[in-house]
Write a protein that binds this ligand. Structure first.
Ligand SMILES: Nc1nc2c(ncn2[C@@H]2O[C@H](COP(=O)(O)OP(=O)(O)OP(=O)(O)O)[C@@H](O)[C@H]2O)c(=O)[nH]1
Ligand SMILES: [Mg+2]
Length: 195
């Protein structure tokens, strides 16, 4: 992907729940994945400096489609995925979303340039997060890990939890983040836009 210096524009294009031309139209996709309610949609809003480009949930399970946002014309898409593991969803609904996420990452033949895996730093890694890391490594996608909601922990707790996450992260960069304070925003932007 050609480097982008800064985000000048961001527009919603569409949400998909299956095969669609947008997946394979040649525009590099930067995918935001993670458990339900970890802050995927909020992070995209902070990145593009808009409060409400992406709908953010009062309740978990807000995002149910794979949503495409066009960045700087058609330089790349930010792709906001539904969350996995939402405890209150019916098993059927949860399975449907998990299948959709795995389909996108593994079988859709999508033009995925990078994956941003988002965790709630207080909750740490779940089994599905570990499975996700395995899938990302197996597919050979460049990925990085965002330890979001850092504002919920004191420095000592944060260091301890970051250490544990880094232990499971293999080669991935881990960035402490908070959408409330914008901590980590510049580091994430630099990682996303560098190549
Ligand atoms: N304390 C804190 N809360 C956050 C942070 N980021 C997001 N939240 C809150 O977490 C909740 C979920 O945020 P979303 O951005 O909707 O999370 P999501 O991962 O897109 O959720 P789904 O679409 O349901 O998978 C909202 O109430 C946000 O305000 C953060 O850095 N710190
Ligand atoms: Mg969301």
């Amino acid at each position: 992907m050609p480097p982008i210096k800064k985000i000048e524009s961001a527009e919603f294009v569409k949400g998909v729940v299956g095969t669609d031309d947008i997946l394979t139209d040649g525009v590099p996709e930067i995918a935001f994945v993670g458990r339900s309610n970890v802050g995927k949609s909020s992070i995209i809003n902070v990145l593009v400096n808009r409060k409400d480009l992406v709908k953010v949930g009062k309740k978990p399970g807000k995002t149910t489609e794979i949503n495409f946002f066009r960045i700087n014309g058609r330089k790349c898409y930010f792709v906001d995925l539904p969350g996995y593991g939402y405890a209150e969803a019916s098993p059927k609904q949860r399975e449907k979303l998990e299948k959709l996420i795995l389909w996108y990452l593994m079988y859709a033949d999508a033009d995925i340039a990078k994956v941003v895996l988002i965790l709630d730093v207080k909750a740490g890694l779940t089994d599905f997060d570990k499975e996700m890391i395995r899938v990302l490594r197996e597919r050979g996608y460049p990925y990085l890990i965002i330890a979001n909601k850092a504002d919920k922990l004191n420095q000592k707790e944060l260091s301890a939890n970051l250490r544990e996450i880094k232990g499971a992260a293999h080669e991935a960069t881990v960035i402490p983040y908070s959408t409330l304070t914008a901590r980590g925003r510049n580091a994430l932007l630099a990682e996303i836009l560098k190549d």
